[in-house]
Design a protein around this ligand. Structure first.
Ligand code: IPE
Ligand code: IPE
Ligand code: MG
Length: 245
């Protein structure tokens, strides 16, 4: 027991990632394994999200971005999309009171215009009612796509160029980065993808340039605080060079 304890490395604050991104994947396979409909997997995944978001705040993560629904997820059957939107609605309604106890500031990233009006209203309410919080920043990516996000930023710059406010030659990387949904937030340090897939699937493309990746075999509904600890330990042992030596 004593030996086991010694082997478990708890990351020091200096090696704790400031900004963690999680691709919450594997809900469908989790349900299939149990002979359940896919939406049961999403419901289980939504519970995991609640637990892990609170755990990240407890661990002292400054910023957490979770991928909940991609710009490509509209390709799924309509009843699955509806089930996911309903889960988001339930979460928002519940959390409007629950958030009061949490020191978490919420922001939705992605293009919310195609979402139902009541959902858009709830999202705005959640953002407004948590704007003054001083704890963890939680970004929930809904109808989010990394390419769409970059396009959105570039389009705004193109308008300024067209209006003669900005010269194309004066454009800097920071101008593109500055127009992203996460512009005012810490750099992305760690991307976590459970479920055994090894891809980004259009998540935080710009922000992930120098992020560390941790892929895990566990399906998202089975993901436990202990799995987050494992990922943080793995991150703590990485040597980030940013192109230097
Ligand atoms: C992730 O789980 C949730 C969303 C994409 C909304 P999946 O539904 O992609 O689960 P798998 O990958 O099919 O197992
Ligand atoms: C990425 O997962 C999107 C979310 C987790 C919300 P997908 O399941 O949609 O990704 P692919 O299709 O396996 O690349
Ligand atoms: Mg998937």
């Amino acid at each position: 027991m004593g030996l086991f304890r010694k082997k478990t490395v708890t990351p020091e604050p200096s090696v704790l990632p400031q900004h963690v991104g999680i691709i919450m994947d594997g809900n469908g396979r989790w349900a299939k394994k149990r002979g359940l409909p896919r939406k049961a997997g999403h419901a289980a995944g939504a519970q995991t999200f609640r637990t892990i978001a609170k755990y990240c705040e407890k661990r002292g993560i400054a910023c957490l971005t979770v991928y909940a629904f991609s710009t490509e997820n509209w390709r799924r059957p309509a009843d699955e999309v509806t089930a996911i939107m309903n889960l988001l609605r339930d979460y928002l309604k519940e959390s409007l009171s629950d958030f009061k106890q949490e020191n978490i500031r919420v922001r939705f990233i992605g293009d919310r215009t195609p979402l139902a009006d009541d959902l858009q209203r709830l999202m705005q309410e959640a953002e407004e009612s948590t704007a003054h919080k001083t704890g963890m920043q939680l970004n929930i990516a809904v109808n989010y796509g990394g390419r769409e996000e970059i396009l959105h930023s570039v389009r705004r710059l193109a308008k300024r160029v067209a209006d003669g406010e900005l010269s194309p030659d004066a454009l800097r990387e920071e101008d593109i980065g500055g127009g992203l949904y996460t512009a005012d937030q810490p750099e992305l340090d760690l991307i976590l993808r459970p479920s055994g897939e090894y891809r980004l699937s259009n998540f935080l493309l710009w922000q992930s340039a120098y992020a560390e990746y941790v892929f895990m075999d566990v399906l998202w509904p089975d993901f436990k605080p202990h799995d987050l600890d494992r990922a943080l330990e793995e991150y703590a042992g990485r040597h980030r060079r940013f192109g230097g030596v």
